[in-house]
Design a protein around this ligand. Structure first.
Ligand code: ZN
Length: 68
């Protein structure tokens, strides 16, 4: 699986990939964006997006691995 952001080339975390899937296309398997580029694309702050990720994770969204 591609593990670099297609826009800035940053290394992707599983959360970045989960957020790309959640926001762009659930079935996507490439062209993932890092959280900074996602925030920019959707006009939100990185902080806000991180809050969203935690919210999705807590809601049991399968795109985000549960925290240990
Ligand atoms: Zn990026």
């Amino acid at each position: 699986m591609q593990n670099k952001c297609v826009i800035c080339g940053a290394d992707l975390t599983p959360d970045d990939i989960g957020a790309s899937r959640k926001l762009i296309n659930r079935g996507m398997d490439k062209d993932f964006l890092c959280i900074s580029c996602l925030a920019e694309k959707y006009g939100v702050t990185v902080e806000k997006l991180k809050e969203k990720i935690e919210y999705w994770r807590e809601s049991g969204c399968m795109l985000f691995a549960p925290k240990e």
